[in-house]
Ligand binder design. Structure first.
Ligand SMILES: [Zn+2]
Length: 200
């Protein structure tokens, strides 16, 4: 079947298709809606997307998204500095925040997966080690990774290499289903798993 759509529209549809949960029809619907916007608004939308590449950086302390060198969470003196929660990605932060967690974070940037070439040097583990050796206020590291095989292997790996820093190392209590991605955990379940965290 010959494609009836202009090439430019096809290009944008292909980009939207790369987003999670959006298939061909969904991408078409989004692009057709955008085409109904006034040209100025569509242009502004494009400029805002482009600005993300310039105005959003990674926090130099925890690797969270940030407008400045240090993110809002790291700069917040009201948070519990003795507790450090290790998460896979910044995607999980809002979920853990919703579970009433008020410590600090470290974003690992993934989970170990030798088959996919994700070895320890690909994650922000060196930055975590540096942080633990420099900041003696950190007393507990809560490893809050998804409970799939990679998450479990990463938890074991981290608990071994972090043992030398003299901090308590904990992980989420049972309640998060095995294999579950914590990005989709509900806040009550996650809150209970944080409260009932167990030593590794
Ligand atoms: Zn930060």
């Amino acid at each position: 079947m010959n494609n009836i759509l202009p090439k430019e529209i096809e290009k944008v549809i292909s980009l939207f298709k790369e987003l999670p949960g959006i298939g061909r029809r969904g991408a078409e619907r989004i692009v057709f809606s955008l085409l109904k916007w006034p040209p100025e608004k569509l242009k502004f939308f494009g400029e805002e997307l482009a600005a993300l590449t310039v105005n959003v950086k990674r926090c130099k302390v925890c690797c969270n998204l940030s407008e400045h060198e240090t993110c809002k969470i790291c700069s917040d003196g009201g948070r519990d500095e003795s507790l450090l929660c290790i998460v896979e990605d910044f995607i999980q932060l809002p979920v853990i925040e919703a579970a009433s967690y008020r410590g600090k974070y470290h974003i690992l940037g993934g989970k170990l997966s030798p088959l996919e070439g994700i070895t320890p040097d690909k994650l922000k583990i060196d930055l975590l080690q540096k942080r633990l050796s420099e900041n003696k206020n950190i007393k507990e590291v809560l490893i809050a990774l998804s409970q799939d095989i990679e998450g479990q292997a990463t938890t074991v790996y981290l608990s071994k290499i972090l043992a030398i820093y003299g901090v308590k190392i904990t992980t989420l209590a049972r309640g998060i289903p095995a294999g579950a991605d914590i990005s989709f955990a509900n806040s009550a379940t996650l809150s209970a798993a944080i409260q009932g965290r167990v030593s590794v």
